[in-house]
Write a protein that binds this ligand. Sequence first.
Ligand code: ATP
Length: 303
Amino acid sequence: MSVEVNKLHFSYGRVKALDGVDLALPQGAIGLLGPNGAGKSTLIRILLGFLVPQEGQGRVLGYDIRTQQSLIRRYVGYMPEDDCLIPGIDAVSFTAYLGELSGMPKQEAMKRAHEVLYYVGLEESRYRLLETYSSGMKQRLKLAQAIVHDPKLIFLDEPTSGLDPRGRGEILELIMDITSKKDIQVLISSHILSDIEATCSYVLILDKGKVASEGKISDLKRIDYSMFELKLFGETSGFIRRLEALECRVEEMEDKLIKLYLPPGRSPQEIFRIAAEDKVQIRHFVKSQTSLEDLFAQVVGVD
Ligand code: ATP
């Protein structure tokens, strides 16, 4: 296991950010999901050794998150969400500098900086000052600096944030190339569920500082949740309240058209029975393919 943690607790003063997180992440590309404030960034900062948990233990690539932070930074790459770029220098100097900060000798860092900038498609702009970079170029540069020191594991925090569809596609392709060809394990935190679905096979969903769900995306979608689309006719509010009382989640999509998530153990027959009792006609009842978005809505709720 490349990442293993037990009973992690972390609070910022009185704000609980992580509340007993246990994880054992397998190899491969892993998506980290959760609503705002779920604790994703805090978890990444702890795994990188930037924050020390008040309680709990953990290892990243076998290194202790409490005592071996510099080794973790040597073998782990990080693409932060915020702009971490230094104005006034060019891309190659910036990338080489970050390589040195991760423990590479100066010359080797410079050589690798050229290689990774070529890899992300910035070879022609590598001597340009960073403040002249577009958003798409900045994201590719942040990805380049995350891999400059040849890490075994990289954490990508919102890698496609602020990008247009083309820029987003380019970054996703690079991520897929990294995971498939370069034998680097990737943990991607994103709000864009389709990006996670495109790049990851395993997902970890955090909510309120706890693990709300975890597993292979295909298994989670198949086993735990059944989702249907219903077109209703009649007075539906009482019917919907009864469904919610059964712990079904109901999303009203448009007039009388609802998406219904059935929790495990509930059958469609029950829904028809309640509809008949409430004199609601179900005119259309179709099982939907569960998307990651549906799974997410089921696990953490929809705002
Ligand atoms: P987002 O998706 O919005 O980035 P997140 O899942 O990354 O959220 P965290 O940033 O880890 O969540 O925050 C978890 C909780 O800790 C939130 O309630 C947040 O307000 C709080 N928090 C985060 N950083 C700090 C800080 N430096 N000081 C005080 N509270 C903080």
